[in-house]
Design a protein around this ligand. Structure first.
Ligand code: ATP
Ligand code: MG
Length: 635
């Protein structure tokens, strides 16, 4: 059945989930067909494609060998170590089997956990796919995490094996991965028996623990001709563990299945991202995040595309680097984050224009609210559709997104469009879980069962899964996203920020995102963060921290004062004086997680004179110093 409108396609997915998902399931290979599309006998735990057997690695690699064995599967580009390597599907197949054999030789079996703490190098991709191939459960920990966060994740997973590299580079500075692994293992209660190290020659003084530490290249040399068949797994067996970003200071270990995930990714590649076999996808995230898992590794490979793994930042050697990559590799689909686009927006658009971007169909952005000025800027600069879309580590793939593969619906700036197929997504009032009216702010929720691809549970903790996600609305078992949203009269959704990012000003509840949008409307502002701080009179007051495009404007105290009143006026005009920040502080950067999310909680804590909390996910500690200094100046 061919639906020609988004609406019809979406409605069929909700009204006939069995029929809809059985059809999507044909997008992947099964070694054994499933007997039941959905088993929902134990709500809210959903089992998809029950009895079916498949394998993520087979679908991402082996399945393509016959038709596209000599096509590039993976292109690695590093502007950090100035290296470029690429692997065809056939070469990827060989490398993955070598790593799989190496893992097996170290005793890794189906169901064992393997923690990967790796930079953005092809070996990280091989390791993930090798785990998937033999049914081991990978837990990739983002390389920016410090030892104690890594230790906590080691103890949660109790891995048989860890795989790492001696080091990595970020913006020209080295990060000593192996050194951090040693420190983390020292802190952990359940350390792995073995650690495999891919030596890049970046840490000449690297220490080795005899009997525990093994060299990747030496092991690989022993398994050059390895043939390791894919282990067929029941659809609901675990494929991996991945922690949420920790923006709210409480990372959750998301557990994903095999079959549902593969089908959801395949369906999203076709209907949402529109990436087909032979095309190239460039996703600028990191393998340590869900975007990296789903749309650097598994999604594009399942779709038979060439995927680009980029080790580097968007502005080195110059702000044209991404667009050069798009040009050189004829990328047709691109996926990035608003925060990176805001960085690029500060540089000259000619860095983009000098490259041939004719291969590019569209750009998808997710991870943070996409403000209207940034959305407008990038879309005009690229001359291509730029789609905002919304999802979470928990969902594994988009929850709100347009489906241009079905219908090219109009884009509204700052809106991730509509619910993605399969999600019975609602906006519910916090108080009584009743459905919100048009334009009324409410909690983004999903009526379970969650569709294929979403988390099966919290790793090792079913109770936490139910408690965390399904008990926000007292009498109803509904999944809460912990984000605010509204829907306009045309059915477009807008995300207004997190449910804990609400400011209560004299009884008025204001989302920080709304105020941020207003601050961003001032042409001098590149980006900003708004937090609520305690106020003796009004309960809470918004406080804004804004990054200006031209630092010359804030060089003098007079300049700062003048700009501050201008920006306040902009907020007054956009929302009303009720939302006017008590102060607008100007800084050159904001504290963010490595995945680009603003750490509003830490800013708020500092503004209220409290401890900023766990900062291991922070991108640049200098940003917090600026917040501290700005606040001190006020006092
Ligand atoms: P934690 O749950 O540990 O606090 P986190 O929520 O930041 O961390 P992720 O799963 O990486 O971890 O991020 C998902 C969140 O990112 C969403 O719940 C939402 O708040 C935000 N987000 C993602 N995409 C968008 C978008 N397009 N617009 C607005 N917000 C978005
Ligand atoms: Mg979250």
């Amino acid at each position: 059945m061919a639906d020609t409108t988004y609406r019809a396609f979406y409605e069929r997915s909700i009204k006939d989930p069995d029929g809809f998902w059985a059809e999507q399931a044909t997008l992947i290979d099964w070694s054994k067909p499933f007997t039941k599309v959905l088993d929902y006998s134990r709500p809210p735990f959903a089992k998809w494609f029950v009895g079916g057997e498949t394998n993520l690695c087979h679908n991402a690699v082996d399945r393509h060998l016959a038709a596209r064995g000599d096509q590039k599967a993976l292109v690695y580009i590093s502007t950090e170590v100035n290296e470029e390597r690429s692997y065809t599907y056939r070469e990827l197949h060989a490398e993955v089997q070598r790593v799989a054999a190496m893992m097996q030789s170290l005793g890794v079996r189906k169901g064992d956990r393997v923690v990967a703490y790796m930079p953005m190098i092809p070996e990280a991709c091989f390791a993930m796919l090798a785990c998937a191939r033999i049914g081991a459960i990978h837990s990739v920990v983002f390389g920016g995490f410090a030892a104690h966060s890594l230790a906590a994740r080691i103890d949660d997973a109790k891995p048989k094996l860890m795989i790492t590299a001696d080091g990595g580079m970020r913006a020209g500075k080295s990060v000593l991965y192996k050194h951090l692994v040693d420190e983390a293992i020292g802190l952990a209660q359940f350390p792995p028996e073995k650690v495999v190290i891919f030596n890049r020659g970046l840490d000449t003084g690297m220490a080795r623990t005899a009997g525990r530490d093994l060299d990747y290249a030496e092991l690989r040399a022993k398994h050059m001709e390895a043939r390791v068949p894919a282990t067929w797994l029941e659809s609901n067996e675990p494929s991996y563990i991945l922690y949420t970003s920790g923006t709210t200071g409480n990372p959750k270990g998301v557990q994903r299945d095999v079959g549902g995930y593969a089908v959801a990714l395949a369906a999203s590649m076709k209907h949402i991202y529109c990436g087909g076999p032979g095309e190239t996808m460039f996703t600028t995230s990191d393998i340590g995040w869900v975007v990296g898992h789903s749309y650097i590794i598994y999604g594009p490979l399942i779709a038979g595309m060439t995927t680009i793994m980029y080790e580097g930042v968007p502005i080195r050697p110059d702000p044209g680097i991404w667009w050069k990559i798009v040009q050189d590799h004829k990328a047709s689909v691109m996926f990035s984050a608003p925060t990176a686009i805001r960085v690029l927006k500060k540089s000259d658009v000619s860095f983009m224009k000098r490259h041939d971007l004719s291969s590019l169909k569209h750009l998808f952005l997710a991870g943070e609210p996409l403000d209207e000025p940034t959305h407008r800027w990038i879309m005009e600069a690229l001359g291509r559709p730029v789609y905002d879309h919304y999802w979470q580590t928990e969902s594994g793939w988009p929850m709100l997104a347009p489906a241009p593969g079905i219908e090219r619906t109009e884009i509204k700036f700052g809106s991730p469009s509509f619910p993605a197929f399969g999600y019975d997504l609602r906006l519910l009032r916090e108080a009584d879980a009743a459905e919100a009216d048009v334009d009324e702010k409410a909690v983004v929720a999903v009526v379970p069962p969650l569709p294929p691809g979403c988390l099966s549970t919290v790793w090792g903790n079913d109770e936490r899964f139910v408690k965390t996600y399904f008990t926000s609305f007292r009498d109803k078992m509904v999944y809460s996203s912990f984000d605010w949203g509204i829907r306009d009269k045309d059915g477009y959704y807008f995300i207004l920020g997190r449910t804990d990012d609400v400011i209560n000003v004299a009884g008025h509840r204001l989302g920080t995102r709304e105020i941020e949008e207003a601050v961003n409307m001032h042409p001098a502002v590149a980006e900003c963060a708004v937090v609520g701080v305690n106020d003796a009179v009004k309960g809470q007051m918004p406080l804004a921290f804004a990054v200006v495009k031209d630092p010359a404007r804030i060089a003098s105290a007079d300049g700062r004062a003048a700009l501050e009143s201008e920006v306040m006026k902009t907020v007054d005009d956009a929302i009303g004086a009720i939302a006017r920040p008590r102060r607008i502080h100007f800084v050159t950067l904001l504290p963010k997680t490595r995945s680009g999310k603003t750490l509003r909680r830490s800013i708020q804590a500092l503004a209220e004179g409290r401890d900023p909390g766990d900062l291991t996910t922070i991108e640049d500690p200098g940003a917090l110093e600026q917040i501290r200094a700005a606040i001190a100046e006020r006092r």
